[in-house]
Design a protein around this ligand. Structure first.
Ligand SMILES: [Cu+2]
Length: 181
């Protein structure tokens, strides 16, 4: 009668010890988190990067473009489903039409597996509209790109002064004379 009681006490003690070591293990960040955690962690992937990324300096409440080469080092094509930024009220993917106006891209924007998506002045770009702060040369600006599979990637680029990328936004209201052309 004594042996089983001792046995179960020992088993319970071992279980508590395992539980404690389990807690200690999950609290230590050194072993499981090699990279700093993102502020909002969904399914952040590291297989998408930007080469030579930059954004054009712009005033608060204005709009600006973000450019660079998005690279998908994963094995699946990635379809962009949304872009957001704490620096802008609205973020869209834009293209520049043959007549030099820019507009939101309505079709799928894909970064092919093992391939790239070029974002450049006068061509496709990430448009930040309703800037929540002035973007000065030397600042950093971040956008979070979400893909249709639920993955996200946060991209941070430097702000630069740039004289180009002044395309009229086809969706913007005309503050001057009434166009009609
Ligand atoms: Cu644009």
């Amino acid at each position: 009668m004594i042996r089983p009681a001792l046995g179960s006490t020992t088993a319970a003690a071992i279980a508590v010890a395992l539980l404690l070591s389990g807690c200690a293990g999950s609290e230590s960040r050194t072993s499981t988190a090699p990279e700093p955690a993102a502020t909002e962690e969904r399914a952040e992937v590291s297989s998408v990067t930007i080469d030579a990324g930059w954004a054009k300096a712009a005033e608060a409440d204005g709009m600006t473009g973000l450019f660079g080469t998005l690279r998908n080092e994963g094995s699946d094509d990635l379809v962009i489903s949304g872009v957001e930024s704490d620096a802008a009220k609205t973020v869209e993917l834009h293209e520049v039409t043959a007549d030099g106006a820019m507009q939101e891209i309505t079709g799928d924007v894909v970064i092919p597996a093992g391939g790239t998506l070029e974002l450049a002045p006068g061509s496709d770009h990430i448009m930040l509209m309703g800037l929540t702060r002035e973007l000065l040369a030397g600042d950093d600006v971040s956008v979070t790109v979400t893909f249709e599979n639920g993955d996200t990637v946060r991209i941070t680029v430097p702000v630069k002064d740039y004289a180009g990328a002044n395309e009229e936004y086809a969706g913007a209201e005309d503050h001057g004379e009434h166009g009609g052309h």
